[in-house]
Design a protein around this ligand. Structure first.
Ligand code: ADP
Ligand code: MG
Length: 705
């Protein structure tokens, strides 16, 4: 469905139009204010004219089929009016009123009825329960707020918000960027975030896109649109609230339990180069940073201040926010100190006060850090505001001049930072903008925006090409037994083993004599377990005994397990015993794969043990992995330090662990169609050179259809 008529209509019919103070009246005034040159058709049987426009009794009476019909009527009247609009050949509609799907079943039915009519008529619709669309580029609006001033309204930011109030919040501060197109999309009965996104990717006026999203509809199309936006060089800044709709579902594995949260969505955004933000301050700063003539080409930030206290605070905040603030190199420090005098700390943040010669020291500090290959953005911190009572106003433009002079000699972007978000001097912000520079604000939010854009500008490593066979055992196993959902430890390890994942040496047995023979073959000490598709978590039922040193201990364990099995009611029909090598020492970690119903498979890695559900110390990546993902995942977990040489223990074989993660991911990708979850818990990471061994495994097959 094309949405040109919806976002840039050239004729606007307004059903329910009136002269009295009302949204319809404001809209007619807003159209005049924004400079709308098309036709306005008020529709209301009660009036001859509305604000000097000829008023038509019904949509049927309009002199032409309008590009858009704005329904400024209460919800019970909407279906009838939509029907008339379709009949009159209207090319799109906006429905403001609420009381639809957001209110429960009756509302949902009404909304479905409307959506049905519009789809049949091939008519895109904004809403219901929305504020409409503001298009300063095309000088047209169906947006419910009055237009007070048009200067600075038009710009390059495209906004798509499922909440009208959030749209208001962003539009309420246009000091540093203007709007190419702003959509308050409401319940999205017909036209959705992804439709607007696709439009904006192709819209030459839009350079950066901000979205506020509660629900992602059509996830596949959404992801494809993110990819297309990235390819077009238009950052999509995403503020997502609420958990994904469909995370409440039956989950068997630990991995599924961990990944079934909004963290999958965050990973998805990262994998498709969208910029995630957590609040409107962060979003505003990213949109502002994108207004600069240059964007950060990497994460390294140098912050220059004239204050030791500020420098310390920025450092604390920067470290907590995981910002990259590279210290001065010894050579840079020498060069800096030759002019500035002694510099405290490691030089980032760079307190350039030194001998107090501000006008010389700050530019010198800038010239030193500018040359550093580690630094992608140079920031000068100075707090100013419009309503300030104190301070020398001439200083304001001095700062701009100083930054502009430094930027002219550089290819890097320069910023002026207020330590508080939203606090700035408008004249200064404007002067910066005229120089192609940007005022940022809020230490965490402003510098965070540089980090976010810097990451965005850094190319992602290539997607991994799986080393193993394109198809492997899982499909065949399911052909043989389509009803099978849970695949027990033994079978799971066989499948993974065939793909190259190393598991314990082990043997399935049915009686003690076989168990003893197996134990001798494997070599004591051994572990005895019960395996069954019906028992995904064995320890809970006391069905694992480890470290059996000899035949006597094995016999005892066998007796215990068979007794416990006998007490199970019902007793699973497929129970066998598993004798396997006991892996002494090593660090227990886990890895697993789970499926998000909307966004597909992801890989999780964390330090092992049951504490994981409490500590939630794990890393996640969408599949397929990119090169470097496994190493980064391991490094990213807080507990990863335990893999190093700590407390006299040898360092773990991290390289082999990374290979294990890649192989697991390749296996999962090769079996994606048939896979719901995998849990390798634990994997034992042995000392360097000895590899890692999967001690327990579980695969949950996907029920198709
Ligand atoms: P569950 O089904 O309860 O997860 P596991 O097979 O993971 O059962 O066994 C429980 C625990 O016993 C493991 O987390 C691990 O600490 C230990 N364990 C199991 N098998 C072995 C083995 N072969 N070598 C060493 N320890 C093991
Ligand atoms: Mg286990």
């Amino acid at each position: 469905m094309r949405i040109d008529a919806l976002v840039a209509p050239r004729s606007v019919a307004i059903v329910g139009a009136t002269d009295r103070p009302s949204p319809s009246r404001s809209l007619i005034e807003a159209l005049a204010a924004i400079g709308f040159a098309g036709s306005i058709y008020p529709v209301n049987p009660k009036y001859q004219t509305v604000l000097n426009h000829v008023c038509y009794p019904t949509l049927t009476d309009l002199p032409e089929a309008p590009d858009i019909v704005v329904l400024s009527v209460r919800n019970p009247l909407v279906p009838e009016q939509i029907r008339l609009a379709a009949k009159r050949g209207a090319r799109s509609a906006v429905i403001y009123d609420s009381g639809f799907a957001e209110l429960g079943e009756d509302g949902a039915r009404l909304q479905a009825e409307i959506a049905g009519i519009c789809r049949e008529a091939n008519m895109p619709v904004c809403g219901p329960n929305c504020m409409g669309i503001l298009n300063p580029t095309a000088r047209v609006t169906t947006y419910k707020q009055s237009v007070m001033k048009t200067e600075g309204l038009a710009g390059n930011v495209g906004l798509i918000s499922q909440s009208g109030s959030v749209a208001i919040a962003i539009l309420s501060d246009l000091r540093r960027f203007g709007i190419s197109l702003s959509v308050s999309s409401g319940n999205e009965a017909v036209t959705r975030t992804v439709d607007y996104l696709e439009y904006m990717i192709d819209d030459p006026a839009t350079k950066v896109i901000g979205t506020f999203t509660e629900t992602v509809r059509e996830p596949e199309r959404y992801v494809a649109a993110l990819d297309r936006a990235a390819a077009a060089g238009k950052p999509v800044v995403v503020l997502k609230v609420g958990k994904t709709e469909r995370t409440q579902r039956a989950i068997t594995s630990h991995t599924g339990g961990l990944a079934g949260s909004s963290s999958v969505f965050s990973e998805l955004l990262r994998a498709h180069r969208a910029i995630e933000v957590n609040d409107l301050d962060e979003m505003t700063e990213v949109l502002a940073v994108c207004q600069g003539a240059r964007w950060p080409r990497g994460r390294g930030i140098s912050v220059i201040t004239g204050s030791g206290g500020l420098a310390e605070m920025i450092l604390d905040i920067g470290i907590a926010a995981n910002l990259h603030l590279p210290p001065l190199s010894p050579a840079e420090r020498t060069e800096a100190e030759s002019v500035i005098g002694r510099i405290t700390g490691d030089g980032n943040p760079f307190d350039a006060w030194g001998n107090g010669n501000y006008a010389v020291n700050v530019p010198h500090a800038m010239s030193v850090v500018d040359k550093s290959p580690q630094i992608s953005s140079v920031v000068y911190c100075a707090d100013t505001s419009n309503e300030g009572h104190l301070g020398d106003p001439s200083r304001i433009l001095e700062n701009v001049k100083m930054l502009a002079a430094a930027a002219t000699k550089s290819s890097k972007p320069y910023y002026l930072l207020s330590s508080r978000p939203g606090t700035m001097n408008t004249q200064q912000a404007k002067a910066l903008r005229d120089a192609g520079l940007v005022q940022i604000g809020g230490t965490r939010q402003g510098l965070g925006a540089l980090d976010r854009v810097g990451r965005y500008m850094t190319a992602l490593p290539p997607v991994r090409v799986a080393a193993g066979p394109a198809r492997s055992g899982l499909a065949d196993l399911l052909v043989a037994n389509p009803a099978r959902r849970m695949i027990n430890e033994f079978d799971a390890k066989q499948l993974l083993g065939a793909y190259g994942v190393r598991g314990t040496r082990e043997q399935c047995v049915t009686d003690l004599a076989e168990a003893a023979a197996a134990a001798h073959k494997i070599g004591f000490p051994v572990v005895l377990k019960v395996v069954s598709d019906d028992i995904p978590h064995k320890t809970e039922l006391g069905l694992v005994v480890v470290n059996l040193a000899n035949e006597q201990e094995l016999a005892q364990a066998f007796a215990t397990l068979s007794q416990r099995l006998g007490e199970l009611d019902p007793r699973p029909s497929d129970c066998k015993y598993l004798v396997q090598e006991f892996i002494k020492g090593g660090v227990e970690v886990f890895a697993g794969v789970s499926r998000d119903p909307d966004f597909g498979l992801s890989l999780a890695f964390g330090m092992g043990g049951t504490a994981i559900e409490v500590t939630r110390d794990f890393a996640l990546r969408m599949l397929p992995l990119r090169e470097g993902d496994a190493e980064a995942m391991i490094a990213q977990t807080r507990g990863a330090a335990l893999l190093g040489a700590v407390r006299g223990k040898l360092a773990a074989d991290v390289a082999s662990l990374a290979r294990c993660l890649y192989t697991l991911a390749d296996f999962a990708w090769a079996n994606a169609d048939h896979l719901a979850e995998i849990d390798l818990n634990p994997i034992k990471a042995l000392p360097e050179g000895q590899g890692c061994i999967v001690v327990d495994a579980l695969i949950v097959a996907r029920t198709l259809g």
